[in-house]
Design a protein around this ligand. Structure first.
Ligand SMILES: *Cc1c(COP(=O)(O)O)cnc(C)c1O
Length: 450
């Protein structure tokens, strides 16, 4: 392999493999990372933290240091790492079969997981379509919403309404419903399908009636003008995650649903981040009085063990695909949908969640986060927000975070701020002491001498 400082002559370049010679601009071929990391400028990416083991809420690094994972590996490792019972469930399934296709074959693990999801999700979501990741789960939801109308002979309803500040994933249809102005996919705006956007709801969990009135009057105007072309509204219920932890009211959702019904528009809840306890109830939907037509689960679905997603649909949606004609069937089927390893882990994860009263843990987490973060003040802080097992600090300027990861790691905590947000979304098995260590480090960052 060529290294940056070995070959300074033309001759030695010609001896290099064709691949390197073709890539080489001059005499030096930089030694780039083979692994292309997510959301990273690979030119300047410096990674000094290497995980060699993980257990409970702790990541053990190659230098032996242990860090508390304050963000559950992108919000999914709800039960902590290396959970003996989840390991066992996966192992037991692997000894039967790790994977088998769902095309034309039944298996009891995937069937049982679908039934369990129907049982624990809000009443009315009776059918489960599995896929590999949250993004694909959202793609499935959008495709399902459009075909619901196509199957009834309505070809006009092709557009989706989303909220500003939304984040729904990284694939094409998902990008089209992410915030078009500030979202990370804005470069693709104009290439992805053109959707409608409503303002991000304001006023927090207990928003005033006037605020909701004003916001929903915009929805009403949009529906009145363009309702005939709108198939569905998609939202992250109660908390917009990657768009900056914008927490909003259940009442907004109750009333949005009523408006959707008036205009024959479906409502999709993307509970990829909020599902499985993150907002304090099992699903964010449980804070509301309504049930969406379609709901997407991922992240916590498999306790962060393997990638998987579930798109749940009401009977009304499901029935629109029933026909004597094959042409109305839902033409979708990821290779790994319903993967038995994922389903075995997911089933066990739900069993543990219920048995060990994780909702109780989450209540404790919420009260500690409130105590530690709400009311914490600093000239750089715009607002601190807490909902369930999520605590976020919004600052005025993203530059303020520079160096915080290193700072936190030196103090035994792993966090990863983005844009103007420093946050924690810990695993639900965290102890109060461990949690206070995370919030302590977050607060120490503000108190450090500068
Ligand atoms: C993470 C996330 C997704 C995407 O899920 P992936 O598994 O990363 O594809 C979609 N919607 C929301 C709300 C998310 O937080």
């Amino acid at each position: 392999m060529l290294t940056p400082d070995t070959n300074n002559s033309q001759e030695s370049t010609s001896q290099a493999s064709n691949k390197h010679a073709a890539n080489s601009q001059g005499s030096n071929t930089p030694e780039y990372s083979k692994l292309w990391y997510p959301y990273a400028q690979m030119k300047s990416l410096e990674l000094n933290l290497e995980v060699v083991e993980a257990s409970g809420v702790y990541l053990t690094m190659s230098d032996g240091k242990r860090l508390i994972d304050g963000i559950s590996s992108w919000w999914c490792v709800s039960h902590g790492y290396n959970h003996p019972e989840l390991n066992q469930a996966m192992f037991d399934q692997a000894q039967k079969f790790s994977h088998v296709m769902l095309g034309g074959l039944k298996n009891s693990t995937t069937e049982a997981f679908a039934s369990k999801l129907v049982e624990i999700t809000p009443e009315g979501l009776n059918h489960v379509f599995f896929s590999d990741s949250g993004s694909v789960g959202v793609e499935v939801a959008i495709k399902m919403a459009l075909q619901y109308f196509f199957n009834q002979g309505n070809q006009k309803k092709t557009r989706i309404v989303a909220l500003e500040r939304a984040y729904h994933g990284d694939t094409t249809a998902c990008m089209s419903v992410c915030d078009p102005a500030e979202g990370m996919h804005k470069m693709f705006h104009g290439i992805t399908p053109e959707q409608f956007f409503l303002p991000a709801p304001k006023g927090g969990f207990n928003a005033s009636t006037e605020t909701i009135d004003e916001e929903l009057s915009k929805a009403e105007t949009l529906f009145q003008t363009h309702g005939e072309s709108i198939a569905a509204v998609i939202v992250e219920p109660l908390m917009q995650g990657a768009g900056g932890f914008n927490i909003y009211s259940p009442e907004y959702l109750n009333r949005l649903k009523a408006l959707c019904e008036q205009h024959d528009i479906l409502l999709i809840f993307d509970e990829v981040a909020t599902g499985f306890g993150r907002t304090g109830k099992l699903f964010a939907t449980n804070h509301t009085d309504i049930v969406p037509d379609i709901m997407v689960l991922a992240k916590g679905l498999t306790a962060g063990y393997v990638g998987h997603a579930a798109t749940l649909a009401s009977t009304k949606i499901f029935e629109a695909f029933l026909s004597d004609s094959y042409s109305k069937a839902f033409m979708h089927g990821p290779t790994f949908m319903g993967n038995p390893l994922a389903c075995a882990i997911g089933l066990k994860a739900i069993e543990i969640f219920e048995r060990d009263n994780f909702l109780g843990n989450i209540e404790t987490i919420e009260s500690i986060l409130k105590e530690e973060l709400l009311g914490f003040e600093h000239e750089e802080i715009v607002e601190t927000r807490v909902l369930g097992a999520t605590g976020a600090i919004e600052v005025k300027d993203a530059k303020f975070h520079q160096g915080i990861q290193q700072f936190a790691a030196e103090r035994g905590v792993w966090i990863r701020p983005f844009e103007r947000y420093i946050y924690t979304m810990p695993p639900f098995v965290i102890t109060p002491e461990e949690l206070r260590k995370i919030t302590g480090v977050m607060k120490a960052w503000f108190a450090r001498p500068r």
